[in-house]
Design a protein around this ligand. Structure first.
Ligand SMILES: *Cc1c(COP(=O)(O)O)cnc(C)c1O
Ligand SMILES: [Zn+2]
Length: 441
């Protein structure tokens, strides 16, 4: 079989470029590029044969197909040679059955896709494995690439640094000073990236890195680079696979730069095109109220869109006012009967904590998605019988400051309804028993 894929302009001019070319926007019209696959070639295998192939490979040890991204290699990036794949066994993350939390909030069939149970602790690994593999292939073919760079709200830089370190490629990360968690900052430092801490916000970092990468020898790893979308789209394929090839009714995704909502939509569209599914779920994009340009555009039916200046939010990974994938995301939402809703700081922090009480350990961005779920259930835009999947984008362990400050009541504008503080007492049996009687009942 000769599967192939290429970059193609999304703005109708349909200009094509090879995946090994250093290019992020169309040379003719400067539109965004998308990775497009040779669908006719993919159609030569039947839907059931694809399902069987993906199931056979899932979490097994044949390189690189045990990774759930590379287990779908023909659909993701068929043109990279297996020896150039840089993989840390991505995907295959738990689809957490949030039965108890679901019952509490009035939805019968609730699942949380734990994309943060991953090598660097966020879904960013899914896309970065594809991008860095392609860079390794370009270097092997003699392209003079000195380094790979990104601007980041924390998780992209962690993923880039880890994959580059594994491949022996230099990473350069641009971070907004004091706007990422300690855990996120230490990851690229530990992995040997050049860490540039800029006194600006994410959008400011993004502007600079795009200029730095205008020279061809530093490769841009932000999600404007659609290779990452290809890896991330396996989230939806994997969810359907985990439901034995059935689709859920609703997917809720926190959105910042809007690459992930685009990717999840793209995965469903490809499955439908190739006959593995025959309907599409609804996609809900959840934004932080303090960084909500997509939500504002949704309110006017996407007729108008204006970037905003993102305000500080606990959901720091989505503190983005000028999302690069805005056009792609709007198209996806229009195709998927999409909803955009926002969450305040109080709502996101309490939703995260409430779900933690039922066994999760949520990052603030997942808190945004959960808060939006609560609102849509209340408004009956999501029905109690719907099968709902919430995309958890990062591991809560990357955000200890958020958790501790919440429980200690130190977050501004937030009433911690689920605060749970340690009881300090002397090592005395009677004192302990008194507390047990009081608190445990
Ligand atoms: C990157 C990121 C997001 C936002 O994804 P986009 O593709 O930028 O919309 C959400 N949550 C976490 C934890 C992230 O790292
Ligand atoms: Zn074009």
């Amino acid at each position: 079989m000769s599967y192939s894929a290429w970059f193609q302009c999304i703005e109708g001019c349909e200009e094509r470029y090879p995946l090994t070319e250093v290019i992020y926007r169309c040379r003719r019209c400067s539109g965004l590029l998308d990775v497009v696959h040779d669908i006719e070639e993919l159609r030569k295998r039947s839907p059931s044969a694809w399902m069987m192939l993906f199931d056979e490979r899932y979490k097994r040890s044949s390189w690189p197909y045990g990774s759930s991204v590379w287990g779908k290699k023909e659909w993701v990036c068929p043109t990279v040679a297996n020896e150039n794949v840089v993989s840390m066994y991505e995907g295959g993350t738990n689809l957490f059955w949030a039965e108890r939390f679901g019952r509490e909030i009035g939805v019968e069939d609730l699942w949380v896709k734990q994309c943060g149970n991953s090598h660097t602790g966020s879904f960013k690994d899914l896309g970065m494995t594809v991008l860095v593999s392609m860079v390794k292939q370009m270097i092997a073919e003699g392209k003079p690439i000195r380094a790979v760079a990104c601007a980041s709200t924390g998780d992209t830089s962690a993923a880039l640094a880890a994959y580059c370190a594994a491949a022996g490629i230099q990473a350069v990360v641009f971070l907004p000073k004091d706007k990422v968690s300690h855990a996120q900052l230490i990851q690229p430092i530990a992995n040997g990236a050049l860490v540039l801490s800029l006194d600006t916000d994410f959008d400011g970092c993004m502007e600079i890195v795009q200029k730095v990468c205008a020279e061809e020898d530093i490769y841009l790893a932000n999600s404007i680079n659609s290779l990452r979308i290809e890896g991330q789209k396996t989230i939806s394929i994997e969810i359907v696979q985990q439901f034995d090839w059935e689709i859920p009714d609703v997917i809720v995704i926190p959105g910042g730069n809007l690459g992930n909502v685009t990717a999840v939509g793209k995965g469903f569209l490809l499955m439908k095109e190739l006959g593995l599914i025959n309907a599409l779920p609804r996609i809900v994009c959840a934004q932080a109220q303090r960084a909500n340009p997509l939500y504002l555009s949704y309110l006017n039916g996407f007729r108008e869109y204006h970037p905003v200046r993102a305000q500080p939010t606990l959901a720091s990974a989505i503190q983005i006012g000028n999302p690069v994938s805005i056009n792609k995301a709007i198209r996806i939402l229009q195709t998927f009967h999409g909803i955009v809703e926002q969450a305040s700081e109080d709502e996101l922090a309490n939703a995260a904590a409430q779900a933690d009480r039922a066994g999760l350990f949520n990052c603030p961005h997942t808190g945004v998605a959960l808060a939006v779920l609560l609102k849509l259930l209340e408004r009956k835009e999501i029905r109690r019988t719907d099968r709902v999947v919430v995309i958890s984008t990062a591991n809560g362990l990357k955000f200890p400051e958020f958790k501790i400050d919440y429980h200690e009541g130190r977050l501004r504008d937030i009433h911690p309804r689920y605060a749970n503080l340690p009881v300090e007492l002397s090592p005395d049996l009677d004192a302990v028993k008194r507390v047990l009687d009081q608190k445990v009942g």
